[in-house]
Ligand binder design. Structure first.
Ligand SMILES: [Mn+2]
Length: 349
């Protein structure tokens, strides 16, 4: 057992005093958010015998269905339940800003928590600077993932046993947020130290989870083909891939197919090309005529994705950023982007 920190003691106390606990992760949950949500539900039911544990997540992807316990998630929104029921405690996982709890009702959820004085606990690993939820208790251990923090708090510090389902969910969360240990992170050593225990208790293997998390949907193949046939690698190390208006019409491309292909191109193809130092994908934003989504990625310090997006009125990080621009058609939109990038090219010259 590790040393029990004060925040862990406080969390343990709040849980022991609660008969009903509602837990929510951010909307459009990823595997870390959902794995953490399902693991914490199991921990509260199995180890604390909390009578009423309910879990909430909005805009869930079918891709998460491999996680044990997924059918227990309420997807109708936390606000609907809070209108007529009040838990003894609310726990938010994997986010620290109000707007992330619900695309439509975050303000109402905030009001309810405040009005009914429901003790609110945030367990998260994102930068503290952006936090705007005023919580009763805040736990952020600067871990690679929220799943890693749950492991730390409940299994390292409080010494609660890992069941197969808890281990499966936490293992999936950690593997997903680290992209299978790909990213350097200050807590990387700790991440590895959790693995012997998780791997012996889990029924999933890293290979199983890799297969599940790296599948590509058949419905996105045509969009991927279009991105690749329009891909340009220029002599400055800029790589870009575009879907034009006429491609959308000719191949009847739909929004989910385009976005899944765009993500795949950005994370697995664009920067994997040996000449490429930075790049972007651009495609029509099908919800609104004359709008185009542009996402930038950079793999060197020479080029900042954030500066690129800022040229067009967007923002983000140095490695990844995005912006939505207006133009008469996709050709003009592309010109606009290339024009905006000109001052950022060859920064040394
Ligand atoms: Mn996370």
């Amino acid at each position: 057992m590790g040393n029990i920190t004060t925040t862990t003691q406080q969390l343990d106390q709040i849980i022991k005093e609660s008969n009903s606990i509602f837990i929510a992760c951010h909307s459009s949950p990823d595997v870390d958010a959902m794995g953490s949500l399902l693991a914490l539900r199991q921990i509260l039911l199995t180890h604390y015998k909390v009578k009423d544990v309910r879990i909430f997540a909005e805009s869930m992807s079918a891709m998460l269905s491999f996680l044990p316990g997924i059918s227990s998630v309420n997807t109708h929104g936390l606000f609907k339940t809070l209108m007529h029921e009040r838990p003894d405690a609310l726990i938010f996982l994997d986010f620290n800003m109000w707007h992330m709890v619900s695309p439509r009702f975050s303000e109402q959820i905030k009001q309810s928590a405040f009005e009914y004085q429901i003790p609110t606990i945030v367990i998260d690993h994102h930068p503290v600077e952006i936090k705007n939820i005023e919580s009763t208790l805040f736990i952020n251990r600067e871990d690679s993932s929220t799943a890693q923090t749950l492991f730390r708090v409940f299994h390292d510090e409080l010494d609660l046993p890992l069941t197969a389902d808890i281990a499966n969910c936490l293992l999936a969360g950690i593997l997903s947020d680290t992209e299978r240990f790909k990213y350097h992170h200050p807590s990387l050593e700790y991440t590895f130290s959790t693995m012997p225990k998780l791997l012996t208790s889990a029924t999933f293997t890293i290979q199983d989870l890799t297969e599940i998390m790296t599948t590509y949907p058949a419905y996105g193949v045509k969009s991927l083909e279009v991105f690749l046939s329009n891909m340009v690698c220029d002599e400055d190390g800029l790589t870009y891939a575009v879907i034009h208006d006429h491609d959308v019409i000719r191949h009847e491309l739909k929004k989910p197919a385009i976005s899944v292909a765009a993500k795949f191109v950005m994370s697995h193809i664009m920067l994997a090309i040996d000449s490429s130092k930075w790049g972007f994908v651009m495609y029509p934003y099908l919800n609104e005529v004359g709008k185009y989504t542009v996402s930038f990625r950079s793999k060197t310090d020479e080029f900042s994705a954030r500066l690129a997006a800022e040229q067009l009125g967007g923002g983000g990080h140095d490695k990844a950023s995005a912006v939505r621009i207006s133009a008469d058609d996709s050709e003009k939109a592309l010109q606009k982007v290339l024009e905006a990038l000109k001052p950022l090219r060859n920064p040394q010259s």
